[in-house]
Design a protein around this ligand. Structure first.
Ligand code: HEC
Ligand code: HEC
Length: 105
């Protein structure tokens, strides 16, 4: 006990005082890390392990321009010669995956 106290008092005073804010910063960092980082982060890489599944579960709403040409081939070939050749069909006609699957929708 005496040796520990002597070691502590042997450290220059200004360094001992700096250890207090250092301890506070470390404590705040550890607490924030514990509270803010999701538990499955970093399991496989630098991302949440549940993130790929969450994204795969999103309902698909865009069909993509290629899927329109099968039924609207005439419009697609007309579009290729027009000013809007670089604009995807669904940019103007809203997400249409449901329509591409069932044209009545
Ligand atoms: C399986 C065939 C098929 C696919 C694939 C398809 N459509 Fe259609 N689409 C139709 C049919 C049939 C109609 C006409 C429906 C009606 O008259 O009620 C139609 C109607 C439309 C209309 C409305 C036309 C009007 O006169 O109001 C738009 C806009 C349209 N389609 C855009 C798209 C887009 C964009 C895509 C690609 C994402 C697409 N369609 C994919 C068959 C298809
Ligand atoms: C720049 C916006 C834009 C893009 C890109 C676009 N359309 Fe259109 N589309 C329109 C507008 C506006 C109309 C209505 C035209 C009218 O009433 O004369 C229309 C009309 C239609 C119609 C109704 C049928 C008809 O002959 O009027 C269909 C079907 C259609 N588009 C399908 C498509 C498909 C498939 C693509 C992609 C290959 C596409 N559109 C790309 C704006 C767009």
């Amino acid at each position: 006990m005496n040796g520990l106290k002597r070691f502590w008092l042997g450290i220059p005073e200004q360094i001992r005082h700096l250890l207090v804010p250092l301890a506070i910063v470390l404590a705040v960092y550890t607490l924030a890390h514990h509270l803010l980082v999701p538990s499955d982060f970093g399991l496989y890489g630098h991302y949440r392990a549940s993130s790929p599944q969450q994204n795969a579960d999103f309902r698909i709403v865009y069909a993509g321009s290629d899927s329109c040409t099968g039924c609207h081939g005439e419009i697609a070939s007309r579009k290729k010669e027009g000013y809007h050749l670089g604009v995807a069909c669904e940019t103007c006609h809203q997400p249409a995956a449901a329509h591409a699957e069932d044209p009545e929708r």
